[in-house]
Structure formats: structure tokens, C-alpha cells
Design a protein around this ligand. Sequence first.
Ligand code: FAD
Ligand code: NAG
Ligand code: NAG
Length: 598
Amino acid sequence: MPSQNDYDVIIVGAGWYGLIAAYTYLELAPGTRLLIVDDGESIGGVWNTERIYPNLFAQVGHGLFEYSFYPMKKEGLTKDRYISGKTIHDYLQSFAEDFDLVRRIKLRTTVTDARNVDGSWILTLNGDDKTRISSTKLIVASGVTSGPYVPDFPKDGFAKPIIHSGQIGTQIAHLTSPDVQRATVLGAAKSAYDTVFLLLKAGKSVDWIIREDGSGPLAIMPPKLAGLVNTVDIMGTRALASFSPAILNTSGVWYKFLQKSSIGNSLTKMFWRSVTWMAEWQAGYSKSANTEKLRPIPSGYGIFWANSGLGLASVPDFWKVVHAGDLTVHRTEISGFADHNKVILKNKDVLETDQVILCTGWTDNLGLFDESTRVQWGLPSSADVGNEWEKLDAKADKIVLEKLPFLRKNAPDTETPYSHTRPWRLYRRLVSPSMAAQGDRSAFFPGQIHSVYTPLVAEMQALWGVAYLLGRIDLPNQEEMEIEVATWCSWTKRRYLEQGRRHSYSIYDYLAYVDTLARDLGLNTSRKSNPFSEMFLPYRPQDWRGLIPEFLQAEKKKGITGNEFKTLSSNGNLGNGKLAPCIEVEDLLNYMGKSKVT
Ligand SMILES: Cc1cc2nc3c(=O)[nH]c(=O)nc-3n(C[C@H](O)[C@H](O)[C@H](O)COP(=O)(O)OP(=O)(O)OC[C@H]3O[C@@H](n4cnc5c(N)ncnc54)[C@H](O)[C@@H]3O)c2cc1C
Ligand SMILES: *[C@@H]1O[C@H](CO)[C@@H](O)[C@H](O)[C@H]1NC(C)=O
Ligand SMILES: *[C@@H]1O[C@H](CO)[C@@H](O)[C@H](O)[C@H]1NC(C)=O
């Protein structure tokens, strides 16, 4: 007899990924006892009411940032169609209301511990051993931009507030009040750009600290390329994607031409150089010694490598405000804080400040798992050093360079202090190869991919993940899954340098990822009406409308014709020629000196 604290499924996180996972689960298995737990005061994760603030805009245009079957209202948009935080919050709130999720969400509750006991999950809430809940399945959608990473500094006698960028929403009244005249911002990622903009726009003086070494400042695309066409629309086309060396797309004429021929490689290089030139010109880095310090590295190709990430200047007048504002950029580090209001820099300068905002990024937000669970489930862990993965990584790296010679020929010398990584080791960025191979299909982990088209990735991951939990998708054997994992990890490091070392970065390549999951599910991946549109029109979530019925249809068909959509069967045999072309497993196995699979 199940008690009130037993569920079929528990989802951690009520953001983009958690909500769609809940919807999808209930679609595929109506009647499921499902609970969503979130530590926020309101629904939406990153986009909940506490964390949004005026002038926070998504880097995505209207029509591209929504679930395929649930259009977003046209409210709170910039003139270039970029969407305000409030519009996104309202969208997620009404999504939860319309699909009867609100009563299943438990807010203001932190899952402090999660462990797998005999194939089901026991969760501790709010650190209280007496409030335990359990479930058969667990979906971890805890978000990779929700747990603040806060470095520790000496703070002798310092009396001014120090906050993390994640707290701006709740501190906005103070930040924009007359109590703050001078603010200090630390960091070079997107959140630092948002913060500096907010402060300058409010008329504050800003000291912006960006370390001298490391991966440099964020690369920034203008809202419209050359002032003409919407940048995210272009980024959503297959045409643009084909210029990015992507390990998930190593077939077809465009791949052969742009990535495998030397003329194509030169063209690819020219393409990225031009886009970088255009973006830098629109930014106007050369206008002052200050903004010159914001120029991304590697020089001339910042937009291609996205070494510190890729941002989009979606808020109106971004560069205008930055150029006109009282801003000083310091390329150094903070040594500490002292003496009521002093910031001590590593270069010995001392600044006075009323407020410090640390834009130092995020943790993996997996604090609910102990080390052994992390190791077992392929989550970032210390087990990654000096083990079998190293050998697999080295081999996978060779394959990546062979398939995508552009990354070898143009690799910049960017060894940085943080090269040690703790990658996620998940097949299709979702599930643990070893646990899946043992037949434990009790958990999946959506949302680690960094792209700007979150909702579509979330929807496809939800369907794949739920199908997996319900045993409705076939997987290859453990070895092949591990090769896929190693290949992805090696690729993202090569492709996006420091970002790829730290995250599962996939900014220009998300379409190939979405296609890969879709193929596993038996879905049609060419969804436009003709080849021209397919190549040159942006892919929008609405192109994927009807995803779940189509999956059910494919499942039915598979039932009749026998595993038609199998990728690799569980005994390691290749399915009937329908291997998802993510990486050519056969090639890899051959390369690795394994006997050829038949
Ligand atoms: C300022 C900002 C701007 C962004 N802009 C864009 C953009 O333009 N385009 C884009 O694609 N992405 C953007 N992102 C990335 C962002 O990751 C995605 O938009 C998306 O919100 C991620 O959704 P998620 O469901 O994975 O995680 P989240 O939205 O972070 O939701 C996870 C929720 O789970 C909660 N949680 C975590 N651990 C626990 C626990 N143990 N117990 C209980 N609750 C827990 C978290 O607090 C959070 O509320 C932005 C991020 C930030 C911070
Ligand atoms: C690769 O990209 C091309 C367009 O550049 C597209 O036509 C093709 O379907 C993609 N293939 C895969 C395997 O994703
Ligand atoms: C895929 O969808 C497109 C657009 O609806 C359609 O033209 C095409 O015939 C479909 N392909 C298959 C194999 O069903």
C-alpha cells in the first residue's frame, strides 16, 4: 500500500526542463503519481519571479523560445523580438496552470539528499531526516545556471554588500537606489554583461574586473547581423549550422564540402572571420581603451570559438549604454576586500565601492548526490581522473580531429589554468551508460546542454528521457554508449575550448543534437516543406508540433514491423541499417582495434 510520501516519479526543478518532463510523463503514462520539487518561491527556475528583473531579456527571439504546442504571448518584446524575463515567467506559470501541474509542484523545498536504494529513490527534503519521500523514477532537472558559484575572498572589515548575480532580482531596489553610486562587478560571462548594463543604465559608476589570463571576455553577437537580419533566426538555420564543425553531423554533402575539403575549410574560416568582424564592428571595441579590453579571444575568431561563451546583445541599446556609461575595465583579479569599502586588486590598485556583484557563474547543482552516486550515475565526479575514461577520451579525440580537421588545423593555443575537467558522462547527455546497461532505468538528467534554444532541446530531451524511463526506447550496449560519451566530451572541448571543457556546450550545433534524439525516437527530422526552407529558414519549435503523437505512431509501427527504429540492439549488434548517425560506431570500434561488429 503506497503511502502519501511515495510517488511514481519525482522531478527536481520546476524550470523549462522540469515542467516539460512532467507534461510528457503524464502524456505517455496518464495517472502517474508525480511530484515536482523546487526550492524557489515561484515556478520557472531561472525565470521565476524572484530571479527576473526589468531589463533582463532572453537571447532568443519570439517564436523560438516556447514549447512546440504552446505559443507564447507577444508581450514584453524588444523591437527586435527579444523576450523579457517577465513574459517567460508568465508563460511557464500559465503552462503549469493549463496542464494541471501546479497542484503537483512543491515549492520552497530543497532536496538535500537523493540515493538509489534497490532500484528506487529515497529523497531527503530540507536536510531533515524525518521528511523523506520516495519514488520509483527520478528526473533531475536542477538546472546548470541556478546554483551560484561564490569564490571565497578575505573580507577584513569590509562593510558593503557582496551578492552573486543570481540575487539581482531580489536586490534590484537596493542596486538602483542612491545608496549605490559605485559598484564593482567581477566576471566575464553573460551574467557580467547583463549586470554591467543594468548598473550603467541606472546611472551608476562601474568598475569591471576581468582576469587577465583565462578564456577572456564573452563573445557577443549583435541583435541583428549587419543591422539587417535577426541573429537568432540565422543561428536557427541548417545553413549556419553546417559551418560549425559538429560531431553529431558528419555526413551529407555540406559536411563533405565545408568540413572535409580544404576549399570548404577555407570558406568556413572566411565565414567565421567575417561574422566575427561584423560582430566586433557593431560592438565598437576600438572606440575606447576600456572597451578594447572587452575584445574576445582568440583574436579574429571570437564568435566561432565562443571561448568564454556566446552572448547576444538582446537588450535594446546594449553597446550604446556601455560606451556612454561611467565604466572602467580592469584586466586583473580581486585579492580581497578590506577597510569598510575597499576592493584590493591583484595589480595592487585599490578601488572604493558601495556594492560588489560576483558574476562568477554556477555550480553543477548536483549537491543532492554523494560522491559514490555521482560516480555510479556518470555525473561530474573525481572518479574521472586517471581511469578508463582517459584512454577512451584520447581515442575519441583522434576521431574528432579526423572527422573535423578544421578543429585540428585552426586549434588556438589556449591552455588555461582550469583545464582539469569533471565532465558529465551521460549517453545522449541524458542517461548513465553503466546504469542503463545494468537495466536500471530509474533516472535521467535533462538540461546540462548549453544552447540558446532551451525549450526545444527540453521538449526533445523530455520525450527521449521519459521513453527511456518507461522502457520504450532501445539502447546500444555499454561500450558503445561510452564511446558516444567520450566522443561528445572530446568534441565539445575541441570545439568550444574553455566553455567546452567546463560545460556541455553546443551553441551552433543544437539542431544536430535535436535530430539525433528525434531519430532515436523514430521521428521525421526534415520538417520543412521543401529543401530550400529546410536549409535556409530558421527551425522553430512549432516545426516539431505533434511530436508525441508521432512518437506513438512510430512505436506502433515498430511493434508491427519489429524494432524498425532500433539504433543498436542490446546485444551490441547494429540495428537494421538505421543506426543514428551521431558517430559512426563502426568506425570507432575499428579504430580502437576492436573486432568489427556485424
Ligand atoms: C540570466 C540568465 C539568462 C539566460 N538566458 C537564456 C537564453 O536566452 N536562452 C537560453 O536558452 N537559456 C538561457 N539561460 C539558461 C537557462 O539555463 C535556461 O533558460 C533554462 O532556464 C534552464 O532551465 P532548467 O529547467 O534546466 O533549470 P532552471 O531554470 O535553473 O530550473 C531548475 C530549478 O530547480 C531548482 N533546484 C535545483 N536543485 C534543487 C534541489 N536540490 N532541490 C530543489 N530544487 C532545486 C533550482 O533552484 C531551479 O529553480 C539563461 C540563464 C540565466 C541565468
Ligand atoms: C547535417 O546537416 C545538413 C545540412 O547542413 C542536413 O541536411 C543533414 O540532415 C544533417 N545531417 C545530420 C545527420 O544531422
Ligand atoms: C517529413 O515531414 C515533411 C514536412 O511535413 C514531409 O514533407 C516529409 O514527407 C516527411 N518525411 C517523411 C519520411 O515522413
